[in-house]
Design a protein around this ligand. Structure first.
Ligand SMILES: [Mn+2]
Length: 474
C-alpha cells in the first residue's frame, strides 16, 4: 500500500526494524548530524533515525536517513526490504512503463493545521535546524521538494517542476537556493527574470517517500514528477493547492513554505558539504523571500546527511538516476542492456551494450553525454559488452583490464558542460569528458585478440539454481 505521508512510512520502517529511535537527550550539534553520518556507515540495511529529545527544543522531531539504505529504499517502493539493488532498479524500470499516472486532488491536507504569514513568518519557530558538516556556512534544508511553474506556460502540468535543491537558511523569512543550470527550476527562473518577474515557489518538507525519489529523478523538462510518483506508487499521488501561490503540492507534507525567488537578485551562499563528498565554496546564488509557512502540528523535520560516500544521498539518487538514462539510451539503441549510474549521481556511468558494428559502443557512450542528465553529470562513461554486468564491479574491472587498449579506446571531448560542483575541474562548470570503450572490438577492426573469450559453461546455469536451492535449505 502506498504511503500518503512521511509518518505512515516511518511507522512501517519501525515495524520492519528499520527505524532507530534515539530517545536519550542529544545536542542539536554535533549529535544529530554525527549520528546520521555514523548510521550511513552501517551498510546496505542501515535504519532511519528518529530524534525527539533534543537539548533546547521543546517539541522538535527530526527524521534522518529515511532513504539511507537499500532496505529503506525498497520499503519506500513497497518492496520487501531484502530486495537487491538490481532487482529494485528492474522494478523501477517496469513501473516507469505505467507513466503517466495523473495525481489526484485531495482536501484537508494535514499541513493546513497551522500557519504563519507576513511579519509572523519565522522558519526557526517551525524547523529544528541543525548544521550537517563542520565546514558548512550555515543551516541547510537539503531534502525539500521545491515546486514551481514555467512562467511562459503556467497551465502546462508537464512543465511544472518538483525538484530537490539545496537551500540555505539566511534569516527568519529568507532562504538561498541553488538552481544548477541543467535543472528544470533554472529554466523557470531564467524565464521569470527575462519577464522581469519573481518566481513563486512552494518548498515542501517531510514528504511521502516516493515524492523524495521523483523530486530527485532527472526527468525530461516536460515530464511531470507527480505523474511518475503515481506510476511508482501504483496509485495516483495525492496533491493539494498551496494557499498562497496556488501551486500543486504534496497532500501529505509536514511543512509547506511559500514565497518567491526574487528576480535578478543574488547573494553569497555556502560553503556546503555536497553530494560530491567535497565542499562547494561561497557563491552568489538566488534568494527566496518567504511569505507563508503552513505546517502540521508538531511537524517532523526530515533532514539528510551527505558526505563521503555512501551516505543517504547516494541511495536516494541511485536507482532514479539509472532508470531515465537507461530508458533514453534504449530508445535510440535497443542493444543497450543495463546502465549503472549509482556512483555520485552518475559522474561516472557504466553502460553495457551489444554492438552492431565497429564504433557502435563508443557511439552509445557519446549519447550518454547528451542526455539531459549526462549534460550536467556524466564526466566519464565506461562502455562494456552485453555479457558484462555493469553493476558487477569485478566484471567491469575485468573488461577494463583486458578489453581496453588506450591506443584505440579512449575518447576525450574537451570543454564539455558539467555542474559547477564537480570538484575535479580547472574551471567550474567545464570539464573534459572521457568515454572508455571497454568492449570487444567488432568487425572490421585491426587490433586486439578477443576471438577466444572464455564463457560460462552451459551447465553452470542449472548448477547455479541447484546450489541456490541447497544454500536456501541449509
Ligand atoms: Mn522536472
Amino acid at each position: 500500500m502506498p504511503y500518503d505521508d512521511l509518518r505512515s512510512f516511518l511507522a512501517t520502517l519501525d515495524e520492519q526494524g528499520q527505524l532507530l529511535r534515539v530517545t536519550d537527550e542529544v545536542l542539536p550539534e554535533p549529535d544529530v548530524a554525527a549520528a546520521a553520518n555514523a548510521v550511513s556507515r552501517m551498510g546496505a540495511a542501515a535504519p532511519a533515525l528518529y530524534f525527539d529529545n533534543i537539548t533546547g527544543f521543546t517539541s522538535a522531531r527530526i527524521a534522518m536517513n529515511v532513504h539511507g539504505s537499500w532496505a529503506n529504499h525498497a520499503l519506500a517502493l513497497g518492496l520487501p526490504k531484502e530486495t537487491g539493488t538490481e532487482e529494485q532498479i528492474q522494478e523501477f524500470i517496469r513501473r516507469w512503463d505505467r507513466f503517466p499516472v495523473p495525481p489526484r486532488w485531495r482536501e484537508n491536507p494535514p499541513w493546513a493545521q497551522n500557519s504563519l504569514t507576513g511579519s509572523a513568518v519565522d522558519i526557526f519557530q517551525v524547523l529544528p535546524l541543525v548544521r550537517l558538516n563542520d565546514g558548512d556556512g550555515g543551516f541547510y534544508i537539503d531534502k525539500a521538494a521545491v515546486v514551481s511553474r514555467d512562467p511562459d506556460d503556467p497551465e502546462n502540468g508537464g512543465k511544472q517542476n518538483v525538484g530537490v535543491y539545496r537551500i540555505q537558511v539566511k534569516g527568519k523569512a529568507r532562504l538561498a537556493l541553488q538552481p544548477v543550470p541543467m535543472h528544470d527550476i533554472a529554466q523557470h527562473l531564467r524565464k521569470a527574470e527575462e519577464r522581469g518577474e519573481d518566481l513563486p515557489v512552494a518548498i515542501t518538507i517531510g514528504n511521502d517517500p516516493v515524492i523524495s525519489i521523483v523530486a530527485a529523478t532527472p526527468m525530461r523538462y516536460d515530464e511531470n514528477e507527480y505523474e511518475l510518483a503515481g506510476a511508482l506508487r501504483g496509485a495516483p499521488a495525492p496533491i493539494a493547492t498551496a494557499p498562497l501561490t496556488g501551486l500543486p503540492v504534496p497532500w501529505g507534507s509536514e511543512v509547506v513554505i511559500e514565497g518567491v525567488i526574487e528576480g535578478r537578485k543574488r547573494e553569497i551562499e555556502g560553503p556546503f558539504g555536497e553530494f560530491t563528498g567535497h565542499y562547494s565554496g561561497g557563491r552568489r546564488l538566488p534568494v527566496i523571500r518567504v511569505d507563508r509557512i503552513s505546517y502540521r502540528t508538531d511537524p517532523v523535520f526530515e533532514h539528510l546527511y551527505l558526505g563521503m560516500p555512501w551516505t543517504e544521498i547516494d541511495y536516494l539518487i541511485a536507482a532514479n538516476t539509472c532508470v531515465p538514462l537507461y530508458r533514453q539510451l534504449k530508445a535510440d539503441f535497443p542493444e543497450v542492456r543495463a546502465v549503472n549510474a549509482i556512483y555520485t549521481h552518475g559522474l561516472v556511468v557504466i553502460v553495457s551494450t551489444a554492438s552492431r558494428y565497429r564504433g557502435f559502443a563508443r557511439s552509445v557512450g557519446m549519447r550518454v553525454l547528451s542526455t539531459p542528465h549526462g549534460l550536467g553529470y556524466a564526466a566519464t562513461v565506461i562502455v562494456v559488452d552485453a555479457d558484462v554486468d555493469p553493476f558487477n564491479l569485478p566484471q567491469v574491472m575485468w573488461a577494463l583490464s583486458t578489453k581496453m587498449n588506450p591506443a584505440h579506446d579512449l575518447i576525450t571531448i574537451s570543454s564539455m558542460p558539467v555542474m559547477e560542483l564537480a570538484p575535479q575541474v580547472d574551471t567550474p562548470g567545464v570539464v573534459d569528458k572521457l568515454v572508455i570503450d571497454a568492449t570487444s572490438p567488432t568487425h572490421p577492426h585491426g587490433h586486439g585478440n578477443h576471438s577466444s573469450q572464455v564463457r560460462d559453461l552451459p551447465e553452470a546455469t542449472q548448477w547455479l539454481a541447484r546450489l541456490q536451492k541447497l544454500a536456501a535449505h541449509r
